[in-house]
Every structure is written in structure tokens, then in C-alpha cells.
Design a binder for this molecule. Structure first.
Ligand SMILES: Cc1cc2nc3c(=O)[nH]c(=O)nc-3n(C[C@H](O)[C@H](O)[C@H](O)COP(=O)(O)OP(=O)(O)OC[C@H]3O[C@@H](n4cnc5c(N)ncnc54)[C@H](O)[C@@H]3O)c2cc1C
Length: 505
């Protein structure tokens, strides 16, 4: 480079943290922050940086038509990328969340106790400085969280509106593509691009780009079947997080891999019956120590759709509202500390400290009789109970709203205060794991073992079992497609943990 040439500095955090092979980026695998909003922002930042990093960018193939894939595609089209193609194996976009009526989502609800948690519009927000930000291909207004199925419907309507606007370039979207063809194309693409990069480094002309072709796939816009051919410069994998692990028992009482009768529960994104009124008289056991398990415990215990409804109920009582607000600065500080520490810490220490702090604040609040009464009132009337069994001595990665409410219910239930009505009970077991399962007729029997004392094994007879163990490591689609090793990877321990902004602007 001559001395007169200046070096242009471009943002590269997204490129570095999401790159998995030459000219190949993965929005899905092994990420730390993966709310729907995180995926939207992650997709936009990647496309922004890719375009700035390579002004010759003209052609992009995006694998997966969930929120990440669709937002990446629209962001790329908005930035003027000529050819943007999305392919999905499903026959509809947003297939993961499309028919889920029981889960409620909202881009900001889990930002509590930040001041702007209560409005679920995106990206603008009445209370925030980024109000009116235009840095999102799709915008929506929603005062409250909505069901995942309504959310998918809302995104579909917005997307269709956007695609009908012929004055802006649109991505092409193809459904029902063949999974094996995608996989072999991605592998071929990675190989071809690696060889081409080597050739370019050595001053040789690059070989032809790999072509992805399908004889007949469903064109989303025209709803007709047509052939597809594309030779992308870059591939963005947005094919989701992989298979959830919902199988209950992993080890037996001696710590060896479990080989006996087992139980496999429903996936997180499936419609369940936890909030049905009959469930208030049943014994519900939930296994897991993250957001999924906590969300289900709260839904089962209160019958509410999402945790903001619980908070709303608590805060309708002025004395309880004041008591919670007294602790909100402390909770916010804990939340920030937890998120920032997680960037720097791979092990569980960051969660341990934040969990302890949250537990202390919840116990303090539970000493207030107004708070205890209000917490008691929102537990469902019935003779049933919810038991949350966590293998670790504390919760894992979880939003402050879920973590705080669970600790508050735990502290208030331990205080034993009742309002005279029989209500669902709540029990929290830290440091216990399931070590045996039997089905006797329609009944379940589960043995749970205390990790600190292996001889302490308790048989329980749940009516309902929920297993929330997160994603199976070997099923992460990106890794499988590129055929990198299935062994746990250390490549992303830090960058995948960097927190994402609330909006991309
Ligand atoms: C257990 C769990 C609980 C969660 N809870 C919440 C929550 O409460 N709130 C929240 O905001 N977020 C939550 N999330 C995160 C949320 O699910 C994701 O952020 C979001 O749905 C992911 O969007 P995505 O586009 O990355 O992936 P997905 O929505 O999974 O989309 C992936 C798409 O890729 C397609 N696909 C898969 N393989 C291929 C292939 N080989 N070729 C082509 N297409 C393919 C699929 O058909 C699918 O349409 C949760 C996630 C999990 C796993």
C-alpha cells in the first residue's frame, strides 16, 4: 500500500463473530443472546458490515426463513444488494413459531427492569431515544406481547406489504427446498470458496462459484413452482438453533448413562396445556434451570400468558408497586452486571452471582405483607403444585424478569402466607436431578436425586412433566451443514456473548 492510500476502517465485529468458513456466516449456531429481537438485530448488523466490508457484494444466499433469515434478506435488499435469495425447507416462513398460540413474545418485555420494557413496538418506542428509528426493514406497533402465532402473522403481513411495493428491490424467497441439496451445496460452497481464496492469495484466477439449483421449488411471492439457480458470493446460514433436548433422565443414580425407561416431553415451541384450568389441581414437575423452565413454571403456577401479566398484577397494588420500585435500581444494576460479566466469563460464575443477588432482593421484598398477599393472589386456585427441579445450585442464563419472579414466588411461598383460598403450591429444588423414570398405567414416577448427597433419592408422582434442557449440541444445523466437528467448539466463547443493541440503528 502506498503512503498516500489511507486505510478504511469498517465495523467487523459481526463479520468476525459470525464467520464460520470462507464467505460463510452463521446467524444461528452456538449464540448466546437469541431472543427474536437479538436475531433481528444480529441479521441486520451482519448484512450492514458485509456490505461495507465488500462493496462488490451483489449476490447472497440465505438459508432459513425464520426472523433472522427474513430480516437479513430485507436488510440486504434495502442496502441495494442485487440478488438476495432465501431458501427454506418448510412450506411457510417463520415455521418455528407460526402456529404457537401458547407462547407470547415481545421484543422488549424481557428488558425489565429497564424503563422501556412495557411497549412491544419495534423499532420505535414511545419512551426511547431511538423512537422513530428507520433502521429496520419491518416496523410494527404493539402495546403488549402477542402470541407467537399472531407475531408470525404480523410479520407475514408486513413482509407481504413490503414485497408488493415494486419501487424497492425485494429478495426472492423459495420454500420446500430439499434439505439434503442445501446441505451438499453449503459444503460444496465452503470448499470452493476456500480454494478460491487460496488461489487469489497466490495470484491465480479464482475458480467458478458453486451453483445452488433446484428443479422445482415453491416461489413465495407467486405461489407457483419454479426452478431456482443461484451462484452466491456469500452464504448466510439462518437455519435455527437445532433440536431441543426434552428427554428427562440422562444418568442413573450411580452417575452412569441412563438406559432405562425414559420420558420425552413436548418441545418449547409446541402448544401445551399447562394453563388449562384442570391443571391447577395437578402435580406439575418442570426440569431445567433456564428461561424455558422458568417461563413454564410461571405459566403453570399463575395461568397467565406471559410474565408481564404477573408484574402488572403485582404493581396494580400501590404498596407493592412502591416496594418493587424501591429495588428496581438494584435489580437493573444486577441485570447489567450479569449481562456484561457473561461476555467475559464462560463458566457459571456470572449466573451464580446474579442469582444470589436476585434471591436476596426477592427475600427482602417477601418480608413485606402487601407483596406476599399480592403474590399469593395470583397463584391459581387449586390443590395442585408446581415443582421446578434445577440440576445446578442456581439458575443459568435467564432474563431478570423470569429470574426475579421465580425467586419472589419461592420466597413468598416459603413464608407460608395464604389468603384463605387453596392455591397452587410452588417448590424449587436446586442441586437435584432425575435419575429414574417409570410409567405405570397413565401415571408417571420419577426418582430425583440430591447431587450433594447421592443417597438422598426421592420418588415423585407428577401428573405433568416438562423438560427444558435447551438445545442438543449435535443438532445445531450450521455445524452439521458445514461438517465442522460436532465436538463442542471453543471458537465463539467470547464474541458470540457480546450483547446486541436493542435496535440496529
Ligand atoms: C427453547 C427456546 C426458547 C426460546 N424462547 C424465546 C422467547 O421466549 N422469546 C424470544 O424472543 N425468543 C425465544 N427463543 C429464541 C427464538 O426462538 C429465536 O430467536 C428465533 O425464533 C430464531 O429465529 P431464527 O430465524 O434464527 O431461527 P428459526 O425461527 O428456527 O428459523 C430457522 C428456519 O430455517 C429453516 N431451516 C432449518 N434447516 C434448514 C435447512 N437445512 N435448509 C433450509 N432451511 C432450513 C427452518 O425451517 C426455519 O424456518 C427461544 C429459543 C429456544 C430454542
Amino acid at each position: 500500500m502506498s503512503q498516500t492510500q489511507s486505510l478504511e476502517v469498517v465495523d467487523s465485529l459481526a463479520l468476525l463473530s459470525l464467520k464460520v468458513a470462507t464467505n460463510t456466516f452463521d446467524l444461528s449456531s452456538g449464540m448466546h443472546h437469541v431472543s427474536i429481537r437479538d436475531q433481528i438485530v444480529r441479521a441486520q448488523l451482519l448484512v450492514r458490515d458485509l456490505q461495507r466490508g465488500d462493496p462488490a457484494l451483489e449476490s447472497l444466499l440465505i438459508v432459513g426463513g425464520g426472523v433472522a433469515g427474513v430480516f437479513a434478506a430485507l436488510a440486504a435488499a434495502d442496502l441495494g444488494v442485487k440478488e438476495v435469495v432465501v431458501v427454506d425447507v418448510a412450506d411457510q416462513l417463520f415455521s418455528l413459531i407460526r402456529n404457537v398460540r401458547e407462547r407470547f413474545v415481545g421484543p422488549f418485555m424481557y428488558e425489565w427492569p429497564s424503563a422501556f420494557f412495557s411497549d412491544q413496538s419495534y423499532p420505535s418506542h414511545a419512551q426511547t431515544p431511538w423512537r422513530g428509528s428507520s433502521m429496520s426493514p419491518l416496523h410494527w406497533k404493539s402495546a403488549e406481547p402477542c402470541s407467537a402465532s399472531d407475531f408470525a402473522h404480523l410479520l407475514t403481513c408486513k413482509l407481504d406489504q413490503r414485497l408488493r411495493n415494486s419501487s424497492i428491490a425485494s429478495p426472492r424467497i423459495f420454500l420446500r427446498v430439499d434439505r439434503l441439496d442445501v446441505k451438499s451445496f453449503v459444503r460444496n460452497f465452503v470448499r470452493t470458496e476456500a480454494i478460491a481464496a487460496w488461489d487469489l492469495l497466490n495470484g491465480r484466477a479464482r475458480s467458478a462459484r458453486a451453483e445452488f439449483s433446484q428443479g422445482s421449488v415453491l416461489d413465495y411471492q407467486s405461489r407457483t413452482h419454479s426452478p431456482l439457480r443461484v451462484r452466491p458470493q456469500y452464504v448466510i446460514l439462518a437455519s435455527g438453533m437445532g433440536q431441543e433436548d426434552c428427554t428427562l433422565v440422562k444418568v442413573d443414580a450411580t452417575g452412569n448413562p441412563y438406559g432405562g425407561q425414559n420420558f420425552t416431553g413436548q418441545a418449547f415451541w409446541a402448544n401445551d396445556s399447562l394453563r388449562d384450568s384442570a391443571k391447577a389441581n395437578e402435580e406439575i414437575y418442570i426440569f431445567g434451570g433456564g428461561d424455558g423452565a422458568m417461563q413454564d413454571a410461571l405459566r403453570a403456577l399463575t395461568g397467565t400468558e406471559h410474565p408481564l401479566k404477573i408484574l402488572d398484577h403485582l404493581q396494580k397494588d400501590t404498596a407493592t408497586k412502591v416496594a418493587i420500585e424501591r429495588h428496581s435500581a438494584g435489580l437493573l444494576a444486577l441485570d447489567r452486571q450479569g449481562r456484561q460479566l457473561a461476555t467475559w466469563t464462560r463458566g457459571p460464575e456470572s449466573y451464580q452471582a446474579i442469582d444470589k443477588g436476585c434471591q436476596v432482593l426477592a427475600s427482602c421484598l417477601a418480608q413485606d405483607s402487601n407483596v406476599r398477599r399480592r403474590v399469593a393472589e395470583i397463584r391459581r386456585e387449586g390443590n395442585g403444585s408446581v415443582t421446578l427441579v434445577v440440576r445446578e445450585p442456581h439458575f443459568g442464563k435467564a432474563y431478570m424478569l423470569n429470574r426475579f419472579l421465580i425467586h419472589l414466588f419461592d420466597a413468598c411461598c416459603k413464608s407460608g402466607v395464604q389468603d384463605g383460598t387453596p392455591r397452587m403450591d410452588f417448590q424449587l429444588y436446586f442441586g437435584w436431578q432425575p435419575v429414574g423414570y417409570r410409567q405405570i398405567g397413565t401415571k408417571h414416577e420419577v426418582d430425583i436425586q440430591e447431587l450433594a448427597n447421592h443417597n438422598n433419592i426421592r420418588p415423585c408422582q407428577p401428573d405433568v412433566i416438562v423438560v427444558r434442557y435447551g438445545i442438543e449440541r449435535n443438532s445445531v444445523p450450521g455445524t452439521q451443514m458445514i461438517q465442522l466437528s460436532n465436538r463442542p467448539s471453543r471458537q465463539r466463547t467470547t464474541l458470540s456473548r457480546v450483547e446486541l443493541p436493542f435496535v440496529a440503528g
